[in-house]
Design a binder for this molecule. Structure first.
Ligand code: PLP
Length: 339
């Protein structure tokens, strides 16, 4: 069960070539059956819409090694459904849920030696994507598409336990009010590269975007959703058509209510009313839960629980979520699919 020469303790979030990836082509109105291939380089037409017009979308989910040696996929049906919504938004054909999950399972099993062992906190990150390809030049949908899934072993986001990080409010927008913010499409991430690099240069973990219409409400982080806990034990998370509907966010909303007895509020989070929150965090597949120590806005650092220690509700949410993912805590029905 050990991957070729990988030091599990030093895994970050970096590309490592694994053995096999799934690939299928959509041609003449249908997806081909698809195969596993060793080749990690795509050969695509120079006129591909993915290259010129950003006609592409992607997903991110993880496979977890459990104590008993089995392998858990966490809510892959939700990733399949979100990719279908992204494809609809960009006029691309849907990958059926069954095909999506089967491709993920095949890639996990074919790269089993790359799954970090139970107890290391690492996981096998899966990156499904759909791209528009084929000969084309005008701004229109592509004649052909590729669906692929590859895998990369990734380490625990927080080595040595949960630690709070500081974030800054960006003056840039990542999405437009009725744009593509809710779809997981590359254009949103291209727009976030400069603001994210700016934030990191100033020693922040990342930046937080405000709503693109009024710039008064928190939307999300460049690659994670925002949540906060009020004095009255409410779990609050922004509701907006330009926020990516994260599966970690959805899961935390469900766990906050059913297991922690919190009231869940999806609504406006005004950036000048952060005093009501005693804890805050960023959540996503890669970040898991990243506790937010403080948020820098207009030259002032607003501190939530503490800059050094993590709030008790955040810790409970983290333990519940990761316990379910690694198979140590009973999962709500349908959340875990064995690979
Ligand atoms: C912009 C953005 N928001 C939120 C998330 C969190 O989504 P999920 O929990 O499905 O990973 C991600 C990560 O995928 C993201 O890229």
């Amino acid at each position: 069960m050990s991957g070729a020469g990988i030091n599990w303790d030093n895994l970050g979030f970096d590309y490592i070539k694994t053995d096999l990836r799934f690939l299928s082509v959509w041609r003449d109105g249908a997806w081909q059956e698809g195969t596993l291939t060793e080749d990690n380089v795509l050969h695509i037409a120079e006129g591909s819409t993915a290259i010129h017009y950003g006609q592409q979308c992607f997903e991110g989910l993880k496979a977890y090694r459990c104590k008993d040696g089995s392998i858990n996929l966490f809510r892959p049906d939700q990733n399949a459904a979100r990719m279908q919504r992204s494809c609809s938004r960009l006029l691309m054909p849907h990958v059926p849920t069954e095909m999506f999950i089967e491709a993920c399972k095949q890639v996990v099993r074919a790269n089993e030696k790359f799954i970090p062992p139970y107890g290391t906190g690492g996981a096998l990150y899966l990156r499904p994507f759909v791209i528009g390809v084929g000969d084309n030049i005008g701004v229109r949908t592509a004649p052909e598409f590729i669906f692929s899934v590859f895998a990369v072993p990734v380490g625990a986001y927080f080595k040595g336990g949960l630690k709070p990080h500081n974030f800054s409010i960006s003056t840039y927008d990542r999405a437009a009010p009725q744009g593509t913010g809710a779809a997981k499409v590359g254009g949103n991430y291209a727009a976030s590269l400069l603001p994210g690099a700016d934030a990191k240069q100033h020693n922040f973990a990342d930046c937080i975007y405000l709503d693109p219409l009024t710039h008064s409400k928190i939307e999300e982080v460049g690659s994670a959703n925002f949540f906060a806990i009020t004095e009255h034990n409410e779990f609050v998370t922004p509701k907006s058509p330009s926020v990516l509907p994260g599966i970690t966010r959805l899961s935390l909303m469900e766990l906050a209510e059913s297991r922690l007895g919190l009231k869940v509020v999806e609504g406006d989070v005004f950036v000048d009313q952060l005093d009501q929150f005693k804890e805050a965090g960023a959540c996503g597949t890669a970040a898991v839960i990243s506790p937010i120590g403080g948020i820098q806005y207009n030259d002032k650092l607003h501190v939530f629980h503490s800059l050094e220690s993590v709030g008790p509700v955040t810790v409970k949410l983290y333990n519940e979520l990761t316990g379910i993912q690694f198979g140590d805590v009973e999962a709500p029905a349908g959340w875990i699919v064995k690979a």
